[in-house]
Design a protein around this ligand. Sequence first.
Ligand SMILES: Nc1ncnc2c1ncn2[C@@H]1O[C@H](COP(=O)(O)OP(=O)(O)OP(=O)(O)O)[C@@H](O)[C@H]1O
Length: 860
Amino acid sequence: MKQYYEIKAQNPDCILFFRMGDFFELFENDAEIASKILGLTLTSRNNGASGNTPLCGFPHHASERYFPKMVAAGYKVAVCEQVEDPKLAKGIVKRAIVEIISAGTSMNEAILDAKAASYLCAILPQKNTIAFSFADVTTGYFAVSESPIPNFESELARRMPKEILVPAGMDLPQSIVEFARSENILLTTVAEEHYEWKRASEVIENHFKVTSLESLGLDGQVEKTRVSGAILWYLIDQKKSELSHITHLELLDLGEYMVLDPSTLRNLELVRPLNADDVRSTLMSVLDYTVTAMGGRRLREWISHPLISVRKIEERSEAIAELVANPIVLDELKLALREILDMERLLGRVGSGRANARDLYGLGKSLSKAVKVAESLSSLKSPIFHALAETLLSAEGKGDDILKILNDELPITVREGGMIRTGADAELDRMNAEIQDRREWIASLEARERERLGVNTLKVGYNRVFGYYIEVSKIHSDKIPPEYIRKQTTVNAERYITPEMKECETIISSAESRIHDAEYRIFCRLRESVNAERHELQQIAEAVAETDAFFSLSVAARKRGYVRAEVFEGTGIEIRGGFHPVIVSANPDLAFVPNDVSLSPDAHRMMLITGPNMAGKSTYLRQTGLIVLMAQIGSFVPAESARIGVVDRIFTRVGASDRLSRGLSTFMVEMIETANILRNATEKSLVLLDEIGRGTSTFDGLSIAWAIFETLHDNPKRAAITLFATHYHEMTTLADSLEHAGNYQIAVREDGDKLIFLHRILAGACDSSYGIHVAEMAGLPSEVVRRARKILLRLEKSHIDPSDAKQVEKMREQPQVDMFASPDEDTQLLLEELRRLKPEEMTPLQALQTLTELKAHYAK
Ligand SMILES: Nc1ncnc2c1ncn2[C@@H]1O[C@H](COP(=O)(O)OP(=O)(O)OP(=O)(O)O)[C@@H](O)[C@H]1O
């Protein structure tokens, strides 16, 4: 326990799993926490003067299951192993922490999402900016940057790290703390000393084996050095290994990508659904035809990082266009990609010293297939594919170098032989040959003894306790020869050994132990030689990932009938026949009505869109956002044609808020997000605003919406392309009066008492809001609907603001029996109802019922 307490004291923030023989044991508070999470029985052990200590544990081989569970529950796991052979130990066996596992550093497949990176992030807030680093220990990705806080927030939401390291004793931006809390991201405090420049530089220089920071581009970059040094220190400290698969540091330039703030990422459901169960509602789900996990991760990265360089966008879309036109190449690629494993993560296992023979074999097979991918790409002309094919071709021979050493069937363990192929190593072959005749002797023993004793059911078996044995059923005990020595009795049989067998076994087992050691040495050499080439192999893996992402976007384009968008430097959006990629793919039977968008600075730059509820306003806004975004990923887009002026940022204020849990009201969130838009939109932005102002009283809301619309129109710095959907019909006069704005409506047709949604966008304002109509269609009781019609009529006539208590009170004081009824209005409402009736479609009974209802209501 003294040893336990010492180790525990060094890792106070971890749950300590303490290896004792074949078990991992937990004590005290750790045992109480873990027993609940892992469902283990809590016992206690008498611990001398300190009384009973709570205790729980499990066999060590169950750790693969239990560690990830603990980490997923938000804890850090410290794994304490016996680090010397208990047989050789003097006194208590030495123990040490061999690894610390936390959410951001786990390499266990059980809690990794194959198609999403597993990021750890470190931050170092400055006055107006923030230095930050992202690392994915499963693949070796490592990047650093510094940017204004909002841009970092965007990056944080895109990458969604599992853990964020923060320097001790430093004030953090509230928004980041809030974000981490609401997304369940583990915040880990790291002592300030690890952020000291000198210390951080040393960590980096040692890791990359460089003598100065210059070669990494960190020269003079104090904050970036500090933050990347801290994250690297943390990773190495936790993994207790070299992490040689972290081969380079990327200097990230967020300026290359479209800014997507957290609310836009959420609302457009790019990679994560708003509603966790609804995985088919994301753009990712529509575009994801990737075959490999690496390709899946790359595509996800692309979708959340749309480009803003026209040249780069065109390079990508040109490559996709070529693949779209080459279905045969697509088929070939699919076949080759299908056999490629997650090379990035396999290399991660190699670099962190945890790869077994199966991992290396998988890598070998994948490398051979990478050459096939290169061959398929070689018939294409796009420069991107040329470059990819060249990188992939460098895999030539590398796979064979591995496969010619390893067997096709491999064990999980690396210490028990069975890994190395015959012919791979002469010395090993010689060692095997030496005992070959003895092995054969054992192998043929069963047949020989069966014949000699005349017992057909005699078996030769092996177990760890007494090695080889001969099993003979009890009914044949009279046939047992004198040299058989009885070792064990089972229900129906007896087990025997013979001196000859024992001798043979001793020779085999001592030779095998040498063979196992030799195999292990050969395996380690192979692992090292793979590791020595890690940088090149990583590039091959990246090329596979990228090819797969291209493959996926091309297949999506073909299957879903997308077209290549023309992207240009400048402002304006011209979409013909655009449709919503997710709605259409999720509802194949829906007759989706395609719509156009035509906006430019010379004509209308802003659309004020009116139309009844359910007409399709939100859908139109979102599909426009998604089409622009897809175009800037380089993907084909869901439309007949599209010309898109590159946008620097898409702002959205749409849909319900899911931030209520952060203690902000719906209206407050709406206004915070709108304020952000008004502060940051530029003439190159796309702004999508859906029903701004609806969260407050009618006139307040209208006035706010009005002012926002005016500002986006009049302020040249904020002159963004804007789609503005609203139910405030009063605003249509505003849109009419503004030079760069126009009224648009989503058409509906009235057919008797039915409202038919045409889902088509047309120029001009919608003349009625039909809210009550839609409510009626939804099944609101007819009494309530009638009442609502009356109230509406009165409000419209008297221009009363329903949110103004004084005005409503005044109306109540009017000497009327029924607050809102007047004979005139009744007549008007009755006439309206009569107009909507279709007697020719009614049964006599329905007609009678309607008549009775009308009489009861209007002629009491
Ligand atoms: N172009 C279209 N073709 C076919 N169906 C559509 C189209 N656009 C929208 N819809 C369908 O109409 C329904 C309502 O769409 P949406 O939510 O966009 O309406 P809305 O006008 O924003 O309504 P509200 O004002 O109540 O928010 C959705 O279920 C959608 O699938």
